[in-house]
Every structure is written in C-alpha cells, then in structure tokens.
Design a protein around this ligand. Structure first.
Ligand code: SAH
Ligand code: SF4
Length: 354
C-alpha cells in the first residue's frame, strides 16, 4: 500500500529540509530558500534554483526529485472546472480539480490510487484501492493545479480519489506542508477533509491535531441503507458518524458538514428526509449532492431538480442549514475517479500545452 519511490522535495516538511541541509553541511537559510523554490516559485527541477550552489543541488538531486508527478492531461469543462490527470512515478494516475467558485478558487485533491470503500455510486472505488499516495504526491497536485492558473487557489478540499482517513500520516503531513507560512500558507479554515468515516482513521486524525474542516459522507439515515451504499473498508455506522461530528466539534470548535449524495429511488424518499432531519438535529450543516452519472452504474441517477429542492426544503424546516449543490462537470467525466478509470481503458489525447 505504501508509495513506491523516495518522496519528492515537495513532500518534505520544512523541518525535514532543515535536517537535510544540516546533513549536507549547508547553512540553515538554505532550507528556507529550497522550501520557497518548491512551494512559492513552484520550481519543477533543481535547474531553476539559481541561487543555490550547483554541487549542493547535485547532491540533493541524488536523494530527492523536486517533484515525481507529470501532468498528463488537462480537461476543461463547460462550467469552468479544470481537471488534471497526473501520472505518478510508478505509472499509476490520479486526478485533481480546480473549481473556480467565486470569489474563492478551490483545489480538490486525491489521497489514494483508487479507493477500498467501494461506494456504489463512485467511480473512484469501482476497482478497489491500489495504493496510498505519498505526502509529496498529494502536495504536488496542489502545485500542479496552481501552476496552470493565474487565480490563487486559496481553498483545498480533500474530496478527490480515495479515502483520506485510510492514509492519515501522508494526508496530515501534506496539509502541514500546505499550511506552512513560508510556502503556500493555506489557512486551516480553508481546508476541508471529506471522509466516509472509518473509526480508526478518525482517531488517528484527531491525534494529528489539525484544525481543518471535516465533512462526513453519510448518504443514508439508517445503517441498513448506508451499508448498501457505502459497503466496505470499515466505514463507520450512522451512530459512529454522529459521534465523530460531536468529537470533532469538541476538539476543534468547528461544526462538521454531512454529505448526502441524492440518488433517485434509493435515498431520496420523503421518509429518508424525515429520518435525516431527525438525525442531524439543529446544529449541523448538510451538503446535498445530486448524483453525478457514472458509466459503470447507469441505473443510478440524480432525482429531478424539483425533487432535490423538495428534499432540501424538508430538511430546512427543522432549521438544518442545507446547501443543495448543482451538478458539475458532467462533460469531463467530473464525478471523481472517472477520468482515471477512462485513462486506463483508452489512450487520452496529448497533454494541453502548459
Ligand atoms: N472518500 C471520501 C472523499 C472522496 S469522495 C468521501 O467519501 O468522503 C468526495 C465526495 O464525493 C463524497 O461525499 C462522495 O460521496 C462524493 N461522490 C462520489 N461519487 C459521486 C457521484 N457519482 N456523484 C456525486 N457525488 C459523488
Ligand atoms: Fe471511496 Fe469516497 Fe468514492 Fe466512497 S465516495 S468509494 S469513500 S472515494
């Protein structure tokens, strides 16, 4: 499950780069220079780092590549999202997305190649999990997305391929790197981790002490339905997720958001809305996400827009804050994981010039 190669410079925390510089007999300020080259100037190779001694760069290059991912394919969509397929050093691929929500621009990042949870509506889990991403492979998604736009990507959502809480060490490290004030300097409030709620991973995340936002992918108000929709990987029960919401609030002062993918005829009945309203209580936020179509499960579709609105209105009656999302990016197979699935089955067009 571990990533195969040595981590890139992009995946090292500043303290690790300081230790590396000390070991190579370089003054401490070199670490700050290196860190800024990677995260602020977004240098993709040592060549560009002109204020560092050549011999030092050569020694570094022998230990750590600056980055290990390659931009392979960029897919703009009619609604403005920009999806990037990155090729990893071992030939695997992951996706990341730039979502240009005004006034903020958001980077959506992946944490695994595939996913072991296997939600029935999700392309990421359709073929199981291959491996975890390294911290560098997670950070590089942000850097690669940012390199392709003039807009500053100030928000990060960890909602791409994979279950983030099955890869907590690399996730936590990547988020610490992205929050470093000498680098990208993201605020913790601007980061959201989305999870199906595996209890063991949740405990690990709590111990990391990150004060980020948490989104819990609930999708059903009963365990009977939830275990059909979210079948594997030790995902939590409905009660587990409620407990996580309380504990996250206690630990961070941040209220969680529940996510609920609406699927016609499966979890969109009036009694589902009633049960969900009872379950979330007054204090919680819900994101309702009309299902994006996936090619491997053509029978699963979003309810009609007026039905989604009715479902949302039922929840709002009890004071729940409901955000009914619009579907995005169907035209570039944007429901996460589809571009990767597609790329394995047929060759993609050549990469867009960067
Ligand atoms: N594994 C994590 C994070 C990645 S999925 C999780 O499940 O939370 C991020 C979000 O995308 C989840 O809420 C998931 O339910 C949603 N999602 C997955 N497939 C979808 C689809 N086909 N249509 C709409 N939302 C989908
Ligand atoms: Fe995995 Fe999340 Fe997709 Fe479920 S929705 S299969 S947990 S990536």
């Amino acid at each position: 499950m571990a990533p195969p190669s040595a981590d890139s410079l992009a995946g090292l925390e500043r303290s690790e780069i300081e230790a590396l510089c000390a070991r190579l007999d370089q003054p401490a300020y070199r670490a700050r220079q290196l860190f800024r080259w990677v995260h602020v100037q977004r240098a993709a190779s040592y060549e560009a780092m002109s204020n560092l001694p050549r011999a030092f760069r050569e020694r570094l290059a022998a230990e750590h590549p600056v980055q290990t991912t390659q931009r392979e394919h960029e897919a703009p969509s009619g609604d403005g999202t920009r999806k990037l397929l990155l090729r990893l050093a071992d030939g695997e691929a992951v996706e990341c997305v730039h979502i240009p929500d005004t006034p903020r621009h958001t980077a959506c990042l992946s944490t695994q190649v595939g996913c072991g949870v296997g939600c029935i509506f999700c392309a990421s889990g359709a073929e199981g999990v291959v491996r975890n991403l390294s911290s560098g492979e997670i950070v590089e998604q942000y850097l690669q997305l940012q390199a392709g736009t003039q807009d500053r990507l100030r928000n990060v959502v960890v909602m791409g391929i994979g279950e983030p809480l099955h890869n907590v060490p690399a996730l936590a490290k990547a988020l610490r790197i992205l929050q470093d004030p000498e680098g990208v300097d993201l605020g913790a409030r601007r980061i959201t981790v989305s999870t199906s709620g595996p209890p063991r991973g949740f405990e690990q995340l709590l111990r990391e002490g990150l004060r980020v936002n948490l989104a819990l992918s609930l999708h059903a108000a009963s365990d009977a339905l939830r275990s059909r929709l979210v079948p594997g990987g030790g995902a939590g029960t409905v009660a587990d997720l409620q407990g996580m919401a309380d504990r996250w609030f206690e630990a961070t002062g941040r209220d969680v958001t529940f996510e609920y993918v609406l699927i016609q005829g499966i979890n969109d009945r009036d009694e589902d809305a009633e049960a969900l309203a009872r379950l979330v209580g007054r204090h919680r936020n819900i994101n309702l996400i009309p299902m994006n179509p996936v090619s491997f499960a053509p029978a699963l579709v979003a309810p009609l827009p007026e039905h989604c609105k009715r479902f949302a209105d039922r929840l709002r009656r009890d004071g729940t804050v409901v955000n009914l999302r619009r579907q995005r990016g169907d035209d570039v197979a944007a429901a996460c994981g589809q571009l990767r699935l597609h790329s394995k089955k047929q060759p993609l067009p050549p990469p867009a010039p960067s």
